[in-house]
Design a protein around this ligand. Sequence first.
Ligand SMILES: *Cc1c(COP(=O)(O)O)cnc(C)c1O
Length: 394
Amino acid sequence: MKKIVNETTLVTTGRRKEWTHGVVNPPIYRASTCLFDTYEDLRSGVKDPSAKKLFYGRKGTPTHWALAEAITELEGGKGTMLYPSGVAAVTGAILALVKAGDHILITDSAYEPTRAFANGFLKNMGVETTYYPPMIGENITSLIRENTTVIVTESPGSLTFEVQDLPTICATAQKHGAYVITDNTWATPLFLNPLEMGADISVHACTKYIGGHSDIMLGSATANERTFLKLQRTAFQLGQTVSPDDASLALRGLRTLSVRLKQHEENALKIAAWLDSHPEIETVLHPAFPSCPGHDLWQRDFSGSTGLFSIVLKRGSYDDTAAMVDHMKLFKMGFSWGGYESLILPSDPTSARTAEKWQSSGPVLRLHIGLEDAEDLIADLSAGLDRYKQHLAA
Ligand SMILES: *Cc1c(COP(=O)(O)O)cnc(C)c1O
């Protein structure tokens, strides 16, 4: 597999001396008002408020610029805008590229709040959405209309992990003059480079692996040459800002992303392989396993896998999963993922599927594999699956 990001870049990017003044990390600039010495300075600031010169807090400070510049370099884009959450980054990217009367395509496997935004806000604003099966590939052509302006991809998909044919979807979009936005949260900039494959905007919930410690909410959207000004203008018009503390924590997280991901990846592969041969498990939905739809595309396009995947149980109902998940020692229940800790979440995809009906033998559990010892995690899952089996037998 080809390596996308060099670790040296991860350590050095965004570290400009004029922002750090010689310390390793950029200081946390708390700013609303920034002061101008002369009328001339003020006027040049008004002319280009995004020129990486202090202008007004809402337009960012060196703390924000360092993070944005780092993500831009890792994603290979023209520029990055920061948002107060991953959801705000997804919605900010879509809003930058649509207008009333447009039609957009969203993968059926999209993160549920992305769907909620399309079905609520976008619909009210006169933008129509069609959901497409994530494995559609070149057949996406058949769904493109005269007024289709954006295709939203998320690969692998939330909860069910289908890997999409991103290069084909991007080539098709380009042929029809549509933009592609991709949610790259799972792969991080280290394992997939959507812009190189032809996507226009790559979005991250930095809340997840980039922050990496379950203590910030943050999003980013990195745009290519032809979409960056639209993205920036929309973010400014919406008044999107991020706290400098959170930007600083995200940048700190980013510096260790490669070592953390190596461990998440190794642990997850070990645990997924163990689960794959467990008698209570029907399927392991992990892109690195042949049982995952799009596994071959993952092999072709990605340079690694991370710690998030799902398992489908052979039998039982979601109510039954309580017997397993209520008594786990290490796998705790909670939303989000990407921190150092392991998580387990019963996650029924049924209500978030409209293009295709979701069907499975038993309940779906989403696992985030943290940085604990893999053998300890396996012991926890093993005991949990024993409880599940006993419960079903009772
Ligand atoms: C969590 C997540 C988001 C949203 O991020 P928040 O920071 O929680 O708003 C977006 N996309 C994907 C794929 C996610 O997993």
